[in-house]
Design a protein around this ligand. Structure first.
Ligand SMILES: Nc1ncnc2c1ncn2[C@@H]1O[C@H](COP(=O)(O)OP(=O)(O)OP(=O)(O)O)[C@@H](O)[C@H]1O
Ligand SMILES: [Mg+2]
Length: 667
């Protein structure tokens, strides 16, 4: 019974592949039977199909596929299939050859979808596109669809990861693992454990917070202190105040100088024997007048002195004249001269004697007179001398007085200047006091002291306070920058803490998701297993009349199959039953698997009846024929004459005389 339905694989073409020089085969829907004797090239066709689709064949390197038939050139495979996913017509072609070293080198690849060439970046790109269009990966293809020669019963004791992958668990598990990975990533931050970090931060944040508060307190205290100090210093250093102090200093200086000058004035007055400059001046003018009088007296005296001197001198000359006359007369007498040598008069000794006597009388008188004149002169002279001395005294006194007067005037002038200064500073002090609102009088001698009491700071304190202010400002600056750092740190910590908490929430979510994912996956897996167990038992019963097992059990842990033979207390592994039954069980499970996974587009079986006894063979074969009807397409390789009736397409494979294989559709 041939049913013409369109299958998945439509055409396979190959050149120079293993034993084939050239093959072109069209496949039909339903059962495609590939027949032929051993080693003719049946399996080769399936390998060619696998290679065409995925670019590789299990357990055979591409270089081994290149035909070693004499005269073979470039190997090529081409397959056309209808995508069970999109319904599009997909064409794949691969070409390659051996290089000098004997390695396979791809010469070209081609993918056409609905007649349109698709650009390909690489082998991986082509493979991923085929996987998408075919709805399955190479792994799934090999585990589910293409049951290779001698591997049918592997399903009875399969590899767990293969089965997981076949059942779609791998993908789900991969997703779960990605979720777990995401969770693990979320639970780590900068190489640290997030939970520990959160714990650390939750300790650090309040610590930092309280230290920030402490810093804030310090800062505001320092601010206040700086403010106070600044105010204090401002007051202490105020212009008005310092000007006032300057005026007071000036006033004090003026007063001091005035005091000195006054005492000098006093001294001078005392020296001058006067009580005032006016008195001194009177004294000077009196002195001058007196001097004047003295000088007049002196001048008069001088005249008198000169007169008396003249008189004395004339007296003196009288005396000396008489004495001379006497000496002459005496000499005349002694020499006996009778005539006067001078007047020529005849001299008589008596006359001379008389003359001598007269002369001597005159001389005595003259001498008396001269003595008298000298006395008078001496008297005048001493009088004169006296008056000269008095003049000298009066003159020096007068000049002393004048000098004193000059100096006194000078002192009085400077006293006046100092008084002026004092008075003007007093006015200024008064003004400043008024400006500053201080209740003192400018004349107050204790003003400075009182002001000092009013002053916020004493001058020596001022310097100390200034350096204190500078110090405080410095520490305020430092504290402020510490504050900024701390608050930034705190902010960072808080942000980080929030972020970490969010991370942990996400991690928790990922964890919960992963757990429920796991549960869902596990539930689905067990459901699938149950369905497969149930269907497999059904198929098994349909394939043989030897209903020796009443249960097929798939171990959910490792997918190993057990059967429960009737009459036995416990199940036994399916690998322990007879070979023929193993084949039947494997077929039943594989079909049940495809059914459970709703994969009904293609099944390729290479010699699936190995070990089946001749009595069971027709039933198995007929069941395979039946099963093929449940699928869009089945390819069955066999060297038994089975299923020919059910086949919609029979391909005969044989070896020709030149040693090459030939595959042709039996018409
Ligand atoms: N590179 C190659 N060049 C030429 N022939 C090759 C090459 N590789 C393998 N062969 C031959 O191809 C044939 C492989 O045949 P294949 O395995 O397809 O046989 P078969 O028909 O499946 O046989 P069986 O029924 O025994 O499984 C063998 O004869 C082998 O010698
Ligand atoms: Mg074979």
């Amino acid at each position: 019974m041939v049913v013409e339905v369109s299958g998945l694989i439509e055409t396979l073409r190959l050149r120079n592949l293993e034993r084939y020089r050239r093959v072109e085969l069209d496949f039909s829907g339903g059962l495609n039977l590939i027949k032929g004797r051993n080693s003719t090239g049946k399996t080769t066709l399936l390998n060619a199909l696998t290679f065409a689709l995925f670019g590789e064949v299990p357990e055979a390197k591409p270089r081994l596929l290149v035909s070693k038939l004499p005269g073979s050139g470039e190997m090529s495979v081409y397959v056309r299939f209808r995508s069970p996913v999109s319904g599009q017509i997909v064409e794949v072609e691969r070409r390659g050859s051996l290089d000098r070293k004997g390695d396979y080198r791809t010469e070209g690849r081609l993918l056409r979808v609905d007649g349109k060439n698709i650009s390909l970046e690489s082998e991986e790109d082509l493979r991923s596109k085929i996987t998408e269009l075919l709805g399955m990966s190479l792994r799934k293809f090999l585990n589910l669809v293409y049951i290779r020669q001698g591997r049918l019963t592997e399903i009875l004791e399969p590899q767990r990861d293969h089965m997981d992958s076949v059942m779609g668990i791998t993908l789900l598990r991969e997703l779960r693992e990605q979720l777990d990975e995401a969770r693990r990533e979320l639970e780590r931050f900068n190489g640290k454990d997030v939970a520990t970090e959160i714990q650390n931060l939750e300790e650090r944040v309040p610590e930092l917070d309280s230290s920030l508060k402490q810093i804030d307190e310090d800062v505001s205290r320092l601010n206040k202190e700086v403010q106070e100090l600044e105010n204090l210093l401002k007051k202490a250093e105020s212009m008005e105040l310092s000007e006032l102090l300057n005026y007071i200093k000036k006033r004090e200086h003026a007063e001091e100088e005035l005091k000195k000058v006054n005492s000098r004035i006093q001294e001078l007055l005392e020296n001058a024997g006067a009580s005032s400059i006016e008195e001194l001046e009177t004294k000077i003018s009196l002195g001058e007048k007196e001097l004047e009088t003295l000088k007049t007296t002196r001048n008069n005296l001088k005249k008198e002195l000169d007169a008396s001197m003249e008189k004395w001198l004339s007296m003196k000359s009288n005396v000396s004249n008489i004495e001379k006359q006497i000496r002459e007369h005496e000499s005349l007498t002694r020499s006996g001269v009778s005539k006067c040598p001078t007047c020529g008069q005849d001299l008589q000794p008596s006359i001379i004697q008389k003359l001598l006597e007269e002369d001597r009388g005159s001389l005595a008188r003259f001498k008396l007179e001269e003595a008298e004149a000298k006395k008078g002169y001496d008297l005048k002279s001493s009088e004169f001398q006296n008056i000269v001395e008095r003049i000298n005294v009066a003159e020096s006194e007068c000049s002393r007085m004048k000098t004193l007067g000059n100096r006194l005037r000078e002192y009085l002038n400077s006293a006046e200047a100092f008084m002026k200064t004092r008075d003007s500073t007093l006015v200024a002090i008064k003004e400043k006091l008024a400006v500053l609102g201080l209740p003192f009088t400018p004349e107050d001698p204790e003003l400075k002291l009182k002001l000092a009491q009013q002053l916020p700071l004493q001058p020596d304190e001022l310097t100390r306070k200034r350096s204190e202010l500078a110090e405080k400002k410095g520490s305020l600056e430092r504290k402020t920058s510490i504050r900024m750092e701390t608050s930034k740190k705190l902010e960072d910590y808080r942000r980080l803490l929030n972020e970490l908490k969010r991370r942990m929430e996400k991690a928790g979510l990922a964890h919960r998701l992963s757990q429920s994912f796991d549960q869902a996956v596990e539930t689905r897996r067990r459901e699938l297993i149950k369905r497969i167990e149930f269907r497999a038992l059904e198929y098994y019963r349909a394939m043989t009349d030897q209903h020796v097992y009443d249960a097929i059990i798939i171990n959910p842990e490792d997918y190993s199959v057990s059967v429960h033979p009737k009459g036995l207390t416990d199940p036994i592994p399916a690998t322990r039953v007879g070979g023929g039954h193993q084949t039947i069980l494997a077929l039943a499970i594989r079909l049940a698997l495809l059914n459970a996974l709703s994969l009904n587009s293609l099944l390729i079986l290479d010699e699936p009846t190995y070990g089946v006894d001749s009595e069971n063979l027709p039933q198995v074969a007929s069941y395979i024929g039946e099963a093929s009807k449940q699928l869009s397409q089945m390819m069955l390789v066999t060297h038994y004459n089975i299923c020919e009736e059910e086949a919609s397409n029979i391909i005969e494979v044989s070896v020709q005389e030149d040693g090459s294989s030939k595959a042709e559709i039996k018409t």
